[in-house]
Design a binder for this molecule. Structure first.
Ligand code: HEC
Ligand code: HEC
Length: 291
């Protein structure tokens, strides 16, 4: 690099030294770098060195060098969370100690539970139950009046606390839909599916339906009830109301009845505080379908 002249000789640029490179007669000037550029460049180096000392910079095996300023976004978040926890500690304690049926009577608790419950729901529940609680195949809709395990606030609270068929909790909700493929004769299977279908479909085969009714009374009514309207004690759904957890076509019902079902919902007492569980139970109950 040559020393930069004090003032770039604008007019006499042709006299500037060339690098000696030449491509098809096009030559390369050996102009010095502009001063402003050079200083910016040096400035950047100095800044980078300072930054590396002050802030987390060099990646190590499990984290980066911490930097002398102690800056950490993780620590900031932890501090923020702690601050909110402190602010909410009083009301959380009150919520945890209040009977779930009495939350609605206290305006302050009611307000807090619906806000906090919505936040808990967004964090922990939407993966399975959908952003609006609308559910999906195998994951119940929480907005309607159909409840496998009961839709009053106490039942909702129990379901969320202990889960459904959750191996990690002895008090979990239990009740199986057995597989019937090896138990019933093929014609009995066809008949009972037709009978279930007939609650909602007028074009069901009348003869099969008649035979299916008998199969149902012998095998299914113990859990689903004589009238097939379900039983929340064993989580057996109402089969007459056209709301289907696993689909209501002939093929869906055949699949369910042949192979059985057993949806699993985690027990949330392992992950959430009692206040959070009460809040989300209150929120779910208020979604529209609560009884
Ligand atoms: C891993 C998926 C999953 C997650 C996450 C989940 N659930 Fe569930 N939930 C289920 C399944 C599956 C069922 C249905 C179980 C059955 O078949 O009886 C269910 C059932 C329920 C029921 C009973 C519905 C009824 O009809 O009786 C409630 C209430 C409920 N969940 C609330 C919640 C809440 C609140 C959360 C968040 C804290 C949550 N669930 C998170 C899978 C999940
Ligand atoms: C031991 C109790 C029990 C018996 C007996 C039983 N079921 Fe079920 N059934 C259940 C339970 C519990 C569920 C819900 C499973 C779940 O939530 O994953 C269910 C679910 C179903 C469903 C799915 C409903 C939906 O919304 O998708 C159909 C259909 C059904 N049963 C039909 C039958 C028929 C037909 C029989 C007799 C051949 C029968 N069940 C016998 C307990 C039983």
């Amino acid at each position: 690099m040559t020393k930069a002249p004090r003032k770039a000789p604008k007019k006499e640029q042709k006299q500037v030294e060339t690098t000696g490179h030449s491509w098809d007669g096009i030559e390369e000037y050996n102009n010095p770098l502009p001063r402003w550029w050079l200083w910016t460049f040096y400035g950047c180096i100095v800044f980078a060195l300072g930054y590396m000392v002050a802030y987390p910079a060099w990646p190590l095996l499990d984290r980066a060098t911490p930097g002398v300023l102690g800056f950490s976004t993780r620590a900031d978040v932890e501090k923020e969370i702690k601050r909110f926890e402190e602010i909410n500690a009083g009301i959380e304690k009150k919520l945890a100690e209040t009977d779930i049926t009495e939350v609605a009577q206290d305006p302050e608790l009611k307000h807090y539970a619906s806000q906090a419950g919505a936040a808990v729901f967004r964090t922990w529940c939407i993966q399975c139950h959908g952003a609006g609680g609308q559910g999906a195949k195998g994951f119940p809709n929480l907005l309607d009046d159909e409840w496998l395990w009961g839709g009053d606030i106490e039942n909702i609270h129990t379901t969320i606390t202990h889960g459904v068929r959750s191996e990690a909790d002895d008090e979990t909700r239990t009740g199986e839909m057995p597989a019937w493929a090896d138990v019933l004769e093929p014609d009995e299977l066809l008949a009972v599916v037709e009978y279930v279908l007939s609650f909602n479909q007028r074009d069901a085969n009348a003869k099969l339906v008649e035979a299916g009714k008998v199969v149902f009374e012998d095998n299914c009514s113990g859990c689903h009830g004589e009238d097939a309207k379900g039983n929340i004690d064993v989580g057996a759904p109402n089969l007459t109301n056209a709301i289907w957890l696993y689909g209501g076509t002939r093929e869906d019902i055949m699949e369910t009845v042949s192979h059985g079902r057993g949806g699993v919902m985690p027990n949330w007492n392992a992950r959430l505080s009692e206040a959070d569980i009460k809040a989300v139970a209150f929120y779910v109950h208020g979604l529209g379908g609560g009884q």
